[in-house]
Ligand binder design. Structure first.
Ligand SMILES: Nc1ncnc2c1ncn2[C@@H]1O[C@H](COP(=O)(O)OP(=O)(O)OP(=O)(O)O)[C@@H](O)[C@H]1O
Length: 952
């Protein structure tokens, strides 16, 4: 949607603006709301529908697929489109998906009570990052809106590397995060927070603002092109405005935040959140404004999150992610907490061990895990519930859900306390309960606030199965309020009196067919058929004449009726008042409920990690708090791949701090999987989880970098190679001895000579200058020389075998470098004709010997520096194997084999020793080091068809 399209639809639609002077009062009111919400489509309540008019109506009709109608009044005809209020969610979703923000213009006074035009106001602006409607929110996810701004007032001298402030708020739960850093750090944090919407301050790129001169090299949508990015009133980004805004949320905001940029980002994001919630002042439930330093967590940038497939799988099985493997949570609270933990693994060894303690205890206690699962399965989304309570949006059912969730707390505490019995602990107290064994669970159990008063209040006040409407009675329990009970009993007695009336009047009048009824228009009546009219008593007053009967009332009936109606109306109104009072009292405990929500979330997450550890046979890693400690993993597995591979082959990793492992091996042999498995174990351990291995001894690292796979960034307009190089640049700038770096086939996206040179130089730099622990997978075989040249470099490789002519990858990592020419074997195994394979081999041998003499000349390497003697070359390995097991696929080297006259395919020419020069040249140029089997096959297939067509 272009900016121009949006302009005619949001703000005052041109069709309405043109008739502004003569509009009816209602459309004038609509125009006013539109004018006050320039960036949104205003949906205007008219009875049971939300309506839009003119150009806005056309957009609503198109996007929501509803009929475009017309409103005609004395001033003209206006296109109109409406969506039913009762069923608005899916239409709102469609509008959000189409990129619109929607301002809800509700009727804010009772239409019946209004004299003249009903008052309307925008009660909420629904935007991608601030939706609070449950129907529109995915459960268990966090939906943030973020604000980004730069240090210094707008127009200040713009340095190239300014400090940016970032603040994000989840409007549904009230969580608010604030941080700052250089553009790179903030981009990384933005990727972790993954907001649906970013509001940018002056001086940051806003795609909708043409005059912007791209002052900072920072694109708020870089990590996710679906993110909505836009500007907002620049005034809210100003320092003083921000301080004013923040004061109700945090005392002394200037002291609380680190610098101007944080202060202004926090002020702006809250201003925007308030604006979307109807601008009613501070959002009371946003009580947890937390400032954090990005350095307090293991830093994983977007590239690392993507390539390690933490939340999204780039391949086919979209659900195969680390998050899916770890997610055995029982409620939305736990799910969101787990997501936060994976996005922000810890860097404090004590805190990590403390989580491991808790996971270990729960892993040992099957009954406790089951108890937690049972209890939390009935828990509702407490954070969102309490958010609605304090926004004054909760209905009686929400309060009941809150009650049901609070009710699981004592159960949960008892489950955790039953630790002694189950774990066979001797320290059990008199009741047999030792309480949780670990400090972590004990502290957590202490944070499980039962909130008994709140629970009792809700239970005594709110009906057990209340209706959704809170204005029509039925929400307050009998016995809660004497006045209400009196009114309800008046109402009940009146109805009983009326229920008895039919019998008593029949008796009094002797009319057996007399009946008592009720309708909306006339209220209660006594109906007598025409045949009995002569027996009607004097006190009957005629109410209505029907075809064969008359309807009457009596003064006594009228009196009762008024009593009933009056009592019912007053009771409904009183119920509403009482309900709001109860809701307000619950809202006063928002902070405690939020703290409880945090504790429940943590219990759920720890139990989930424990269940996953048990189910998948993970082990507790030993966390070594020593800056020189390396990574030691015995029998490590890839947590995601092991779920889909029937027989996953575990591998060891022994990576001293600052070492660089150069990993070689055929395509598909398992290099990437191995590197990621190592990185994922580091992430898992720092999340607090156990790891998929037999044993692991891990350091605490602070950053993890990846350059894995060729990730095309078409949306970002960068070529693969550019992308690769900019990721590499970041690593070379920022990695250090506290980092783990994965480099997968660096330099692959350009000409071999350049690629090889870049890969070599990068590896040397990482080793010599950065001291980062590095796994470097490469097809450039000469990189294995690094092991001989550098103290902390060593080689690892993967091998393959063949059985019955089929190639089998062993997926086992072994020390040393692999053969460089496996590509030809793979081509041969795939059935490429023998002459082509043979010729390829010769060419490879020629290239190898050239390269060897070149490199010897260049580096002065001795023979001793050649690849490790224990290396098992795939070619040699396969040659031996082949002697014993001839391939199932026969090479097509028999001239007669293809000469089937019916096939129309000529047999290949006998090539003898000489290939046509152009084919030979192409074969020579074929860069096997950077050719995948499929590419090799395609190339060979091409060459073959040219030979067959004899036009080589
Ligand atoms: N340890 C293992 N045990 C069992 N299967 C494995 C193992 N490692 C990898 N695999 C399987 O082999 C496939 C290829 O692995 P991977 O992508 O790691 O190979 P690669 O050597 O990096 O290949 P390329 O050089 O083409 O990138 C994986 O998708 C997985 O199915």
């Amino acid at each position: 949607m272009s900016t121009a399209d949006r302009e005619t639809v949001t703000g005052v639609p041109p069709g309405i603006a043109a008739a502004r002077e003569e509009l009816t009062p209602m459309l004038s009111q609509y125009a006013e709301l539109c004018a006050a919400h320039e960036d949104a489509i205003v949906l205007f309540q008219v009875g049971d529908f939300y309506e839009a008019f003119c150009e806005a109506a056309e957009a609503v009709a198109r996007v929501c697929e509803v009929t475009l109608t017309e409103r005609s009044d004395s001033t003209g005809d206006y296109p109109m489109a409406g969506i039913p209020i009762d069923n608005a969610a899916s239409y709102l979703e469609a509008l959000l998906d189409a990129g619109y923000r929607v301002a809800i213009g509700d009727q804010v006074e009772d239409a019946e009570a209004a004299s003249g035009l009903v008052d309307r106001a925008v009660t909420e602006v629904i935007t991608p990052g601030t939706v609070v409607e449950d129907d529109l929110l995915e459960s268990g996810t966090t939906n943030y809106v973020a604000a980004v701004t730069r240090e210094g007032a707008a127009g200040d001298d713009r340095s190239l590397d300014p400090t940016l402030g970032l603040a994000a708020v989840d409007v549904a739960t009230g969580e608010c995060l604030v941080t700052s850093g250089d553009p790179g750090t903030v981009a990384e944090e933005l990727d972790r927070i993954a907001p649906a919407e970013v509001v940018v301050g002056p001086g940051i790129d806003d795609p909708g603002r043409d005059d912007d001169d791209s002052p900072v090299g920072f694109d708020p949508a870089a990590g996710d092109p679906d993110r909505t990015v836009h500007g907002h009133d620049p005034a809210v980004f100003e320092r003083l405005a921000a301080i004013d805004r923040l004061e109700p949320y945090v005392p002394a905001p200037e002291r609380r935040f680190d610098g101007d940029a944080e202060l202004r980002a926090a002020g702006a994001v809250l201003a925007y959140a308030e604006y979307t919630q109807g601008d009613d002042g501070p959002l009371e439930y946003v009580s947890r404004v937390r400032r954090y330093d990005p350095r307090d967590r293991l830093r994983l940038d977007a590239a690392a999150q993507r390539s390690l497939e933490l939340f999204e799988n780039r391949g086919l099985g979209a659900s195969d992610t680390l998050f899916d493997v770890l997610d055995s949570t029982n409620c939305a609270l736990g799910r969101r907490c787990l997501e936060r933990w994976i996005r922000r693994p810890l860097v404090d060894a004590e805190a990590i061990r403390s989580r491991h303690d808790a996971v270990g205890e729960l892993a040992d206690r099957t009954l406790a895990r089951e108890g937690i699962a049972d209890a939390l399965a009935t828990a509702y989304d407490l954070e969102r519930l309490v958010g609605r309570v304090s926004r004054g949006r909760a209905d009686a059912r929400d309060l009941r859900s809150l009650h049901a969730t609070l009710a699981v707390v004592p159960e949960l505490k008892a489950t955790l306390a039953a630790g002694g019995e189950e774990a066979g602990d001797d320290e059990a107290d008199d009741t047999g309960n030792a309480g949780p064994r670990t400090d972590h669970l004990r502290a957590l159990s202490g944070r499980l606030d039962e909130l008994a008063e709140v629970r009792e209040l809700i239970d005594s006040a709110i009906a057990t199965d209340p209706p959704q409407e809170i204005t029509e009675g039925g929400v307050i329990r009998a016995g809660f309020d004497d006045d209400l009970d009196a009114l309800r009993s008046t109402e009940r007695e009146g109805r009983e009196w009326i229920a008895d009336l039919e019998a008593s009047e029949r008796e009094r009048t002797g009319i057996d067919s007399l009946s008592v009824g009720h309708n909306q228009v006339h209220g209660y009546y006594i109906e007598v058929t025409d045949a009995n009219l002569d027996r009607v008593p004097d006190d009957y007053r005629r109410r209505q004449t029907l075809k064969n009967s008359e309807r009457y009332y009596t003064p006594a009936l009228k009196e009762r009726e008024e009593e009933i109606v009056g009592a019912a109306e007053r009771a409904d109104a009183l119920e509403y008042e009482l309900f709001v009072e109860v809701r307000d009292r619950v809202a006063e405990e928002t902070e405690r409920v939020q703290a409880l929500a945090d504790a429940l979330a943590e219990v759920d997450t720890l139990a989930s990690l424990a269940s996953v550890a048990v189910a998948n046979d993970y082990v507790r890693p030993e966390v070594v708090d020593d800056p020189d400690a390396g990574i030691e993993i015995e029998g490590g597995r890839h947590p995601v791949v092991e779920r889909t591979e029937d027989s996953f082959v575990p591998n060891d990793a022994d990576l001293p701090r600052g070492s660089i492992a150069v990993i070689t091996g055929p395509n598909m042999s398992g290099k990437s999987t191995y590197m990621r498995a190592v990185a994922l174990s580091v992430v898992l351990a720092q999340v607090g989880s156990f790891v998929p291995a037999q044993a692991a001894r891990l350091p605490v690292l602070s950053r993890l970098f990846t350059r894995v796979g060729a990730s095309d960034d078409i949306a970002g307009g960068q070529s693969t190679f550019m992308r690769e190089m900019s990721e590499l640049t970041e690593i070379l700038h920022d990695a250090g001895s506290d980092s783990l770096v994965l480099l997968d086939e660096i330099g692959r996206g350009t000409a071999t000579t350049d690629g090889r040179a870049i890969a070599r130089a990068a590896a040397e730099f990482v080793h010599d200058e950065l001291g980062a622990t590095t796994l470097f997978a490469t097809h450039y075989h000469d990189l294995t020389d690094l092991a001989a040249e550098r103290e902390r470099a060593f080689n690892l490789h993967f091998t393959a075998t063949r059985e019955d002519g089929a190639v089998t990858f062993l997926h086992r990592v072994v020390p040393g470098a692999s053969s460089s020419s496996y590509g030809v074997e793979v081509a041969e195994l795939a059935g490429v004709p023998a002459p082509v394979v043979e010729r390829s081999r010769d060419l490879v041998a020629e290239t190898d010997s050239d390269a060897e003499s070149d490199s010897d000349a260049g580096t002065g390497l001795e023979d001793d520096d050649a690849p490790d003697a224990e290396d098992v070359s795939l070619r040699e390995f396969l040659a031996e194997e082949e002697a014993e097991n001839p391939p199932a696929i026969e090479p097509v080297d028999d001239p007669a084999a293809g000469s089937d006259p019916d096939s129309g395919v000529e047999s290949p020419p006998d090539l003898g020793d000489d290939l046509p020069p152009s084919v030979a040249a192409e074969l020579r140029d074929l860069d096997l080091a950077r050719t995948t089997p499929i590419e090799a096959l395609n190339a060979l297939h091409d060459l073959q068809s040219r030979l067959e067509n004899d036009d080589g």
